[in-house]
Design a protein around this ligand. Sequence first.
Ligand code: BES
Ligand code: ZN
Ligand code: ZN
Length: 513
Amino acid sequence: MDIRFQAMPKNMAKLEEMVEWRAECVVVPVFKGDKPLSFIPALADAAPWLSISPGLRDFRGGKGHTAFLYGHPDLPISRAFFIGLGKREDFKPAALREVMAMAVKELSERKIRHLALPVESLRLLAADKPEALRLVEEAVLGALLGVYEFTEYKSSKDDDKAFRPEYLSLLFAEEYVPDDVQAAARKAEALAGGICYARDVINGPANVVTPEYMEETARKLAKVHGFKVEAHGPEFLREQGMGAFLAVSLGSAVEPRLIVLEHCPKGKEQEQPLIVVGKGITFDSGGISLKPSAGMEKMKRDMAGAGTVLGLFKALGESGLAGRRIIGIMPCTENMPDGKATRPGDIVKTLSGKTVEITNTDAEGRLILCDCLTMAQNMAKPAALVDIATLTGACVVALGEKTAGLFTNNDGLGNKVLALAAQSGERMWRLPVWDEDLDVLSGGTPADLNNTGPREGGALFAALFLKQFVKDETPWVHLDIAGPAYTQKPEPTNPGGATAFGLRTLLELALES
Ligand code: BES
Ligand code: ZN
Ligand code: ZN
């Protein structure tokens, strides 16, 4: 779906010079109790038939209530879809995203090719200008995510179901479309592109989405958008001394890949980068500490962190915005049982020099991440180091399926990420990393560290393990997205499956200068 803009001179001297808004259907979000038309005079002018439309008589704007109205098919705007937002005082910008997603689904079913949204309506929903721009972003994002589906592996395509609107026009009652509104819409378009791209990669099955596939995807992205890219195989891991990452890959018939993408705006070569490390376990069987078979198929999505990093770069590239220098590191491997696989009790040497006893091969995420955290700090002095990983079931038990755990060694960075997340509608909640509990990981093992702690507080011990590989002076945030990376239940902006959770917050962080 393309985003377009239509302007219209407001004070028309002569009626014949009037430029009309055109669309097959106009979408109008309305608060409960507001007179649906009186607050968008330009729409009342553009589609005078609306004001005498009987179908509007009973529409009250209650949350989720809708009214589909029809004018004469030859009119420039011949249909309108009113959709209720509920009470003004309860309104949150995220609600607009959901409403727009619902609207495009309805309109797709009616095979409407060209829908439109009067931006005046958003200005009137918003308290101030920044909020109005935010609403433009939400509306465009909602419309684009509302029609996302993962259909790559359906061999018979149902044409009726596959129908998608081609255009979304943003309508202005002025002569020019303001630059900031265009920018907000373009940014949302890039973000939606990145999210859909990440979801496709994360939803893909493990027999297709292998570490090598992740490399090819990163290379294609780099080529299109001019990112630097590097990818390394098992020899590199061995030579470098990334013994923890290597250990996870040993049971697999496919080779691991360590993929590095870099976006460096001109003149920022010397800037301290933001480094994002994404867990890329393309299938987590648990290894020799095998998982139970029920639900194991879901572990094809254990690369959601790495998929989200790919989507972040896609969104950055599509946005055309410079942002800051950013490096994405994606350790990708399967975790499989085999004669060559790592055994519980094996001891490996990490890139940092610390040794780790792998008491549970299913706690593999922290093993691939710890070597990459060391690598990140060896490459450059990161201005911020963020890792994003489907790391522990314990985090889902603690916070539920919709909220990520945020752990940090730096209040400034932690609070910044929490604020950006709140603004992005991504739920993150800070959990503690207690240094004084380190003896739980370092005691009772012949190595420096044990890769597993007790079940109780499992998410915290995973974070505490990772923290052992982060220098005090490196501002670091760890995001455990085991819960929100997927959704079982369909949502307005997601049919079920991968969510690309965290991408929006990370894009905001990447665009900060
Ligand atoms: N990939 C899993 C974590 C996970 C669980 C993600 C559920 C999504 C949904 C991770 O590698 C894992 O297996 N963690 C173990 C750690 C334990 C062995 C210390 C867990 O959470 O049980
Ligand atoms: Zn695991
Ligand atoms: Zn895992």
